[in-house]
Design a binder for this molecule. Structure first.
Ligand code: ATP
Length: 925
């Protein structure tokens, strides 16, 4: 092969020569050959010129990101509060060091929040990067004449790339072979129609982006197939140039995040209003101006849910990572919450419900039915009556692009390309055919690639001086194009009776869940071979039935979706009987017998959109078979019109519109096309339906966890505010809890347990409930009711203990002063009651209906740890003299603690009773 001693850098390539050279001469320009580069040459070019990747855009510096945190609304409110408190300290006579401490404490809260926010952003970005890197991105190239798959990032100039419909073009290339090749250049030109490509030379006067023999990185192959030689990689591509000019990362905020930010703002406004009201009430009641002002500020600070946005991002990011561990990569945060509300999953069959491990087990020729033994891709097995089966397998094998690779280093036989084709190649080997020798004897001179619209694939071969079209595809489609059939007596005309026989043979195989392909041939006379000519007037050679066993894990996953009230609808390109047989095996069809099966032909004919909606709105099982991608799109649209939240799987390039139209487009990571992966919001690494079910479960649990920490955070706000309100309106001259204590609670007992709640594992039974309504708001009445219930118990405990402690001293309430030791103890009691009550509350909110004993007291260890840290901080505040000075607290006695723990645990006890009653009611109804 030709290798240039030194290859100029890709960016300096003589682009004009690339475009004007004849296909054969282009290889010299880039120092390559039609057989591609050798592996060593590719490695050395990679080392010399670098990987085929775009550099990361200059990111915002960490300092500017950190400073950005202070522009958040809450941060601004808190900063202003801190400034006012500092001013109160400076202007006061005498100066009250308590105000200085408060100003510093509020500032510390802002700093801490900024650090958490900064950390979260960083973590969320890292997660997103990791996700992006995990999406497999391979390119098929010729290396030393062998077709291999390499990571797209390792493409180098001179590599010969094999292109098929649905592939992403991974580098700038010059086309050297084109079979109906068309690309979509929308990324570069904004033009969404696909444009044809040719291998012919183009005049140097034609602008580069107009040259029909060039394809560009970032674009996709819309149709056809071909080969192209790489002329530019990485930054030295058209896409790289545009990317540098325009690409910006836009943060992706989900509706849920927006909802929470919105709600948090309203809470901040309410806090402000409350502060003003309390100020207005207390000032005329005789409070000194500065102190009353600082008190009102403290109330505002108490209400601001500082940690909320950050906690939310963590909960989402944890969900995304857990999904990745279950083989589901979520590309957009928004998918996490939508997944949780999914009501219908439309799924493919091959590869998603089945293993896509095809084995031809039966062949049918006009002569007889043949059994094929052996399982998997090892060529171990035999074909009965092999002589009459050999021709159908020879013709089929030559019409395949896939390759079956022998085991390497202990693993099994591997397939490169389509598994359906691999099964045919293996069957041919079992029949004693040497496929490579057959390929040399009948070289391929043309092809019309497979597409799921016509469900056929054709290759053209020359053999013994004659030209032949080999066609394989869906039996119904292929039989319609056959006029003759091969029998032991030679080729005879296909009459109606024989056609019916062929279809019956097909149905027998399909009924036992086999995927069936028909194989036909014709001789082509004349120089030019058009597709219409090659795929008509064919002679049917036979049928091949292949077994594709259901994935074992799918049965449970389908059952769990059923329990969760999620409908699973199979939408497949395969034949109705095969589809039904598989659907029965994996449990998609509940009732025995035949379901309502709708085919692509039905959808083109009598079933219009409104009939389709009626059909889908009905109760019975529906199955879609022999459908084309545009039909899938219609099914998705009809379901969405019915108000369903739809997840749909897809792998082909034509599936992109359906994937985009659905709420959750799910692409196949292992076998899907790049276009499908691009259009989807979720990519399944293992292609399995079970991973979709797992992602739905995790999506539901993320939503449930967010609810948990919202209830947790808001119930304690009530616990803090109620004693203050009671004291204010009862005319008690002092506060039952001061601003410094409130801050200590917010940071000591709030943030860590809220984070731990966000990381809760899915609750048992999360898939036993129906999907939540599409319009259900997070801040629903049921959520408010829940935190009002728990918060009121907490508030009652804190208020009661505060006033009880004062009462036991026997001093009239209006005689208390801030320095009275009993008052300081009572202040400490209030804070301790809230902290201890929150400790129990954290366990309470873990489930709305299950007892904590069922969930396991220690099953979320982080939560236990976070709660204990809160209590330890409380003890330090009560017993350490320096902290006593700051918080105005005093040591509590063992009896005090008994009261605190007793009252604090009321939340848990009361809610356990409520849960018990709820479960009993559910059991009796
Ligand atoms: P699903 O949509 O559930 O994955 P599918 O794989 O059968 O089902 P398509 O890939 O659209 O859907 O294939 C449709 C039909 O085309 C198949 O049932 C088969 O008869 C035929 N077919 C599939 N692959 C090939 C191929 N490589 N060459 C020729 N015909 C094929």
């Amino acid at each position: 092969m030709t290798t240039a001693p030194s290859i100029p850098r890709a960016g300096e390539r003589d682009v004009v020569a690339v475009q004007t050279a004849e296909p054969g001469a282009v290889f010299d320009v880039v120092g390559s050959s039609p057989r591609g580069l050798s592996s060593q040459e590719a490695v050395s070019r990679l080392a010399e010129h670098g990987r085929n990747e775009l550099p990361r855009l200059a990111e915002r510096s960490p300092v500017s990101r950190f400073l950005g945190q202070f522009t958040d609304l809450f941060a601004v409110v808190l900063l202003v509060a801190s400034a006012f408190t500092l001013a109160a300290y400076l202007l006061g006579t005498p100066r009250d060091v308590g105000n200085l401490r408060l100003a510093i404490a509020i500032l510390a809260v802002v700093l801490l929040n900024a650090s958490i926010g900064f950390g979260q952003e960083y973590m969320a970005e890292r997660t997103a990067d990791a996700m992006r890197d995990m999406v497999p991105h391979q390119a098929r190239v010729l290396r030393g004449g062998e077709r291999v798959e390499v990571p797209a990032a390792e493409l180098v100039v001179g590599d010969v790339v094999v292109l098929d419909a649905g592939d992403a073009v991974s580098a700038d290339c010059r086309v050297v072979e084109a079979h109906d090749l068309a690309v979509n250049n929308v990324v570069l030109t904004g033009e969404s129609d696909s444009v044809g490509r040719t291998a012919d030379a183009v005049s140097g006067r034609v602008a580069r982006l107009e040259a029909r023999n060039l394809v560009w990185m970032g674009t996709t192959v819309a149709a056809g197939a071909g080969k192209a030689v790489v002329t530019g990689t990485g930054e030295h591509t058209e896409f790289g140039r545009i990317y540098r000019l325009t690409a910006r990362t836009t943060p992706d905020r989900s509706p849920l995040q927006l909802q929470i930010t919105h709600m948090a703002r309203r809470v901040a406004a309410a806090a402000f209003a409350l502060g003003v009201v309390l100020f207005a009430v207390r000032l005329p009641a005789g409070g000194p101006l500065v102190e009353t002002f600082v008190f009102a500020l403290g109330v505002m600070v108490a209400c601001v849910p500082e940690g909320l946005p950050a906690t939310l991002s963590v909960a989402m990011a944890i969900g995304v990572r857990r999904m990745a561990r279950r083989q589901a990569l979520v590309k957009k945060l928004v998918a996490v919450e939508t997944l949780g509300s999914t009501t219908v999953i439309c799924t493919d069959k091959t590869g998603t419900l089945t293993k896509a491990e095809m084995t031809v087990t039966r062949l049918w020729t006009a002569a007889r039915t043949h059994r094929v033994t052996g399982v998997g891709y090892a060529p171990d097995g035999s074909v009965s009556d092999v002589d009459s089966a050999r021709e159908v397998l020879r013709v089929a094998a030559l019409c395949c692009d896939a390759r079956v690779l022998p085991p390497k280093a202990g693993d099994g036989w591997r397939v490169l390309g389509d598994t359906t084709e691999a099964a045919l190649l293996v069957a041919a080997a079992k029949a004693g055919l040497d496929v490579d020798a057959e390929r040399r004897a009948a070289p391929r001179v043309g092809e019309f690639p497979f597409d799921s619209e016509r469900k056929l694939m054709t290759t053209v071969h020359t053999h013994d001086g004659r030209t032949w079209a080999h066609v394989k595809g869906a039996p119904g489609e292929l039989l319609a194009r056959c006029t003759r059939i091969r029998t032991e007596q030679g080729d005879v005309a296909l009459d109606d009776r024989t056609r019916a026989e062929v279809l019956a043979a097909n149905d027998v195989m399909a009924g036992s869940a086999l995927r069936v392909l028909a194989v036909a041939i014709r001789e082509i006379r004349g120089a030019r071979t058009g597709q219409a000519e090659a795929e008509n007037d064919l002679t049917l050679l036979g049928l091949a039935g292949m077994l594709d066993p259901p994935r074992p894990e799918v049965v449970d996953a389908v059952a769990s979706c059923r329990r969760a009230g999620i409908r699973v609808i199979m939408v497949t390109g395969d034949y109705a009987l095969t589809a039904e047989a598989i659907a029965h095996r994996v449990g998609i069809l509940a009732a025995p017998g035949r379901p309502r099966t709708v085919t692509g032909a039905d959808l083109d004919g009598e079933i219009d959109d409104s009939a389709l909606r009626d059909l889908l709105a009905g109760k019975g099982d529906v199955l879609f078979a022999r459908v084309k991608p545009e039909h899938k799109m219609r099914v998705v649209a009809a379901l969405k019109d019915l108000g369903e939240v739809v997840a749909v799987t897809g792998d082909g390039a034509n599936d992109a519109p359906a994937l985009k139209r659905a709420d959750i487009g799910v692409a196949m990571g292992a076998t899907g096309t790049d276009v499908a992966r691009e259009a989807a919001v979720m990519v399944l690494l293992d292609d399995s339906f079970a991973s979709i079910a797992a992602a739905v479960e995790l999506g539901r649990s993320v939503y449930a966890n967010i609810r948990k920490f919202l209830v947790y955070l808001f119930s304690h706000n009530i616990g803090e505010l109620a004693p203050i309100l009671v004291a204010t309106f009862a005319g008690f001259p002092l506060v039952p809890i001061n601003a410094m204590q409130v801050l200590a609670i917010d940071l000591g007992s709030d943030v860590l347990p809220a984070l731990a709640l966000g990381a809760e594992a899915p609750e048992p039974g999360v898939m036993d409930l129906p999907p939540r309504g599409r319009r259900e708001r997070l801040f629903s009445w049921s959520l408010v009711r829940r935190f009002l219930f728990l918060g009121s118990i907490q508030a009652a405990s804190a208020t009661a203990l505060f006033f009880w402690h004062l009462h036991t001293a026997g001093i009239p309430f209006d005689r208390f002063t801030a320095v009275n030791p009993v008052y300081r103890e009572a202040l400490t009691m209030t804070q301790a009651t809230i902290v201890v009550s929150q400790f129990f509350n954290a366990f309470t909110v873990r489930s709305d209906r299950h007892s904590i004993l069922r969930l396991g007291l220690l099953s979320n260890r982080k939560l236990v740890g976070a709660g204990l840290i809160g209590i330890a901080i409380m003890c330090a505040i009560s017993y350490l003299p320096p902290l006593q000075a700051v918080f105005h607290t005093a040591p509590l006695s063992p009896v005090d603690w008994l009261l605190v723990v007793g009252c604090g645990s009321l939340v848990l006890g009361a809610d356990e009773i409520r849960k018990f009653l709820l479960r009993r009611k559910e059991a009796t109804t």
